[in-house]
Structures are given as structure tokens and as C-alpha cells.
Design a protein around this ligand. Structure first.
Ligand SMILES: [Zn+2]
Length: 456
């Protein structure tokens, strides 16, 4: 395969070059490579395939299951230029770590259009967990999420469990990821709102105040400081949370901040509208000032990664409730990260094209132990590439998407650019609106143990 005439974008900048692919890997990157049957990339940006570090395909919370399974979710990923996604594998009641991972492998293997890996979602520590933790890292699962919220569900873990886990996670080579929201602050606010009869979707954001996030981030950083274990904060929405992470990094902690496109491209006015049901995720979307604050920190390089937090419930699955307490949170997003960050980031002069490649591909590949195989355009790397057409402009519509959720919270936004073609290990898996190839193409990826030296 030869890709000719495009502008190759890497974290280091842009280069007019052709890309020769052999046996699924990049063989050469330079101008003027000769050969027949080239893919014409004239006028297109050629970026490293996105590494989405945060998806919830086939999420089963016990009360509901997402419309997107691995096949539809990965089709949506391919259409979004995502060539690797890292999905969460919940440790259900009665399961050990290895059982939880094996159950998800069973469901995903052979049913994914692009490559994938798994994060463990630890919900409890059984006797013997320490040795099991080392075994899962050995088998390529080097990250695990804990939730500090959703008390009363399988997800919530108490502070003792987080601290106990972090006493071991660093030496084991495991990166602990935290969904940071102080559950007591949220519960108290929900009670107040409910007592006042304020339970419509308009109050979803008010019920989960930004201070709850920052308090839990502060606690996670404290545990990191006293245990020496690295920590990664998923989906940060409050600039103060990012500042706490930056201060900790300055002190030498291995702490990483992730944000999501919805915190960058939407503000909380969406909850006042009739379509508020399209924007129910946690943490909620914040006000314009916080949105600007998150952008400023992305621009300054203080936020390391962007993940979609794709959680594809359909609007039908939301049921008929109009009470924010009765809806499973989550929105689809794996397909829209690239055009959103191009439009509101690159085109708005907030980030460079190189930043775009770093935030969406190279940095997550490094943090999660997939680099140098993924996340770069250079000889030897997997030929995971996305051809992006900056001239394809227009409002995003639900009907152009491939997620089984059937909608996007970003529909209606005027986007500059669309994914033209997605290539996974040298195979075209998406081209001009159509997902190509078979869901047997994608493979499970073993990841390296966490190494703080890769954070740079
Ligand atoms: Zn999530």
C-alpha cells in the first residue's frame, strides 16, 4: 500500500510525504515514493490512527446495557479514525480480575473492526488479589479504573480500597485510573434538589458540582504521593482539577490528566433545552468559563490525553423518565473526536495539528504502553492511519454516524472537516461513509507495564 500526496501530521509537526506500507507496517515515510495503485491523499491530512483511551462498549451496569456492542462500537470507532480503543472491563460481583478480563475477551475477540485493549475496572479486592494484579499486568493489562462515586452500585469503591490498591499498583506496573467525584458532596446536593422538587434534566449539572470532582482529584493525588503509585484522572471537567494535577506533576508525581470533547465543545446551556436528554453524562458539562479554562490548559499542554468516554445508550433506552436520578449516564463519542478537536481546536487556533496528533494518539499510546507500535507514523510502527479532509464541512447529523446509539450530542454543530479514510494495520477499514472489512480484523493488544519515564 502506498499513500501519496498527503500532509503527514505527527506530534512534531507537518511534512509533505508519501507513506509506504508493507505487511501491515509502515516501511517508509518520505516525499516521492514510486509505485502503482497509490491512495491519493492530495489535500488531506494523514494522522496517526487515534488511540481512544476511554470507551464503554458493551457496558452492562446490571440495570441496562448499551446499544453499542464491540462490533457496532468498533465500527463507529473506525468511522472516527480510531484504530485502537481501550475499553473498560468491569469486575462484577464474585469475579476476580482474571475472570473479569476473560469474560470481556470472550465477548470482544473476533468481533471488533479495529484493534483494542482493556482496562480493568476494579470493584473489590479478594484474598490473593496482589498476585493476581501482577499476573494481569504480565498479560498486557497495565491499567485499572476505580470509581469514587455511585455508592450503592457495583462501581463504587471506598477510600480504604483505593489506598490499598495503590500500595501495590506502582510496583506492579499498573496505572490506576480514577473517576474522581466525591460521592457525599453529590448525594447531599441531590437530596437538596429532590427536596425542592428540582429533579428534571435541567438540574443534572447542578447535582454534580465541579467541587466534587476537584476534591476527589486532590484525594487521589494524596494517595499517589504517599504510596508513590502513578495516577490517571479520567474525564476532567474542572480547570481546578487540572491545576491540582499540574502542581503534583511539578512535585514529581506521575499524574496524568484526561479530558473529553464534550467538555471542550459544549457548555451547560444544553441542560436548559428540550434536548437535555442528549447530554446526560458524568461529570456533567460545565459552564462557558470552565470550558474556556479547560481549553487553556489543553493549549498549555497541561492536559495530556483526550478520551471520548463513549457510552452508547440509545435515546429509546433512556425510557420515558424526566428525572435525572433515573437515567443511566453516558453519551456516544468515539466517532466524533477528530472533527471536533480539529474544528474547535486547530481551526480556532487553540492547538496545532501536532498537538492534535499528540493528544488523540501519541500521548495515549505512550501513557498506556502501546508506543512505539501505535501512536506514531514512522518505519516499524503499525500502519494505523487516518486520512482527514479539512475541506469537508457542514453540520454534523445523527444519520451520518455509525454508533448503534443512533444520535450524537454534537449533532447540529458546524464541523470543519471529516474523516475520509481509516487504515488499520495496512487495511482500509473505513472509506467515505462506509465501514469496510470484517469485525474479525481487530486484535487484542498486549500493553507494556506502566513506566513514568514515558510521560516525558
Ligand atoms: Zn467512562
Amino acid at each position: 500500500m502506498l499513500i501519496r500526496g498527503g500532509t503527514v501530521v505527527t506530534e512534531g509537526g507537518e511534512l509533505e510525504a508519501d507513506i509506504l506500507v508493507e505487511a501491515g507496517r509502515i516501511a517508509e515515510v518520505r516525499p516521492g515514493i514510486a509505485g502503482d495503485g497509490a491512495i491519493d491523499a492530495t489535500g488531506l491530512y494523514v494522522l496517526p490512527g487515534l488511540v481512544d483511551p476511554h470507551t464503554h462498549f458493551a457496558l452492562d451496569t446490571g440495570t441496562g446495557r448499551t446499544a453499542d456492542d464491540f462490533t457496532t462500537g468498533s465500527a463507529s470507532a473506525a468511522a472516527g479514525g480510531v484504530t485502537t480503543y481501550i475499553n473498560f472491563a468491569i469486575q462484577h460481583q464474585g469475579q476476580g480480575f482474571e475472570q473479569a478480563l476473560a469474560a470481556v475477551r470472550e465477548e470482544a475477540d473476533g468481533r471488533t473492526h479495529v484493534d483494542y485493549s482493556l482496562h480493568l475496572n476494579i470493584t473489590h479486592l479478594d484474598p490473593g488479589w496482589e498476585a493476581e494484579l501482577e499476573r494481569v499486568v504480565d498479560r498486557g493489562v497495565s491499567s485499572a479504573k476505580v470509581y469514587t462515586t455511585y455508592k450503592g452500585t457495583v462501581f463504587y469503591v471506598d477510600d480504604f480500597t483505593v489506598h490499598r490498591l495503590m500500595e501495590r499498583s506502582g510496583p506492579a506496573g499498573l496505572l490506576v485510573q480514577m473517576h474522581a467525584e466525591n460521592d457525599d458532596l453529590i448525594e447531599g446536593r441531590r437530596r437538596e434538589l429532590a427536596a425542592a422538587g428540582l429533579t428534571s434534566f435541567a438540574y443534572h449539572a447542578a447535582a454534580r458540582p465541579a467541587v466534587a470532582e476537584s476534591e476527589a482529584v486532590s484525594r487521589g493525588l494524596f494517595f499517589s504521593r504517599v504510596t508513590g503509585s502513578p495516577i490517571y484522572f479520567v474525564h476532567l471537567s474542572n480547570p481546578l482539577s487540572v491545576d491540582l494535577v499540574s502542581e503534583a506533576r511539578a512535585r514529581g508525581l506521575a499524574a496524568v490528566a484526561e479530558t473529553c470533547p464534550h467538555f471542550l465543545c459544549l457548555d451547560d446551556s444544553v441542560y436548559g433545552g428540550r434536548d437535555a436528554i442528549r447530554y446526560l453524562m458524568t461529570p456533567p458539562i460545565r459552564d462557558e468559563e470552565m470550558q474556556a479554562g479547560i481549553w487553556a490548559r489543553v493549549s498549555r499542554g497541561e492536559i495530556q490525553t483526550v478520551g471520548s468516554d463513549h457510552c452508547g445508550y440509545s435515546l429509546d433506552q433512556r425510557g420515558s423518565s424526566v428525572d435525572f436520578r433515573e437515567v443511566s449516564p453516558g453519551i456516544p463519542g468515539v466517532e466524533t473526536t477528530l472533527p471536533l478537536l480539529y474544528t474547535f481546536g486547530v481551526d480556532a487556533n487553540r492547538i496545532t495539528l501536532g498537538d492534535l496528533a499528540r493528544l488523540t494518539s501519541t500521548a495515549p499510546a505512550r501513557v498506556f504502553g502501546l508506543y512505539p507500535r501505535k501512536g506514531r507514523i514512522a518505519p516499524g510502527a503499525d500502519a494505523d492511519l487516518v486520512l482527514f479532509d479539512p475541506a469537508a464541512r457542514g453540520p454534523l447529523t445523527d444519520s451520518e454516524l455509525h454508533t448503534a446509539a443512533g444520535f450524537s450530542p454534537f449533532s447540529g454543530l458546524e464541523l470543519r472537516g471529516r474523516v475520509r479514510t481509516t487504515i488499520s494495520r495496512g487495511e482500509v477499514v473505513y472509506d467515505r461513509g462506509r465501514v469496510l472489512g470484517l469485525p474479525s480484523h481487530g486484535r487484542f493488544l498486549d500493553r507494556l507495564p506502566f513506566d513514568a519515564a514515558r510521560l516525558g
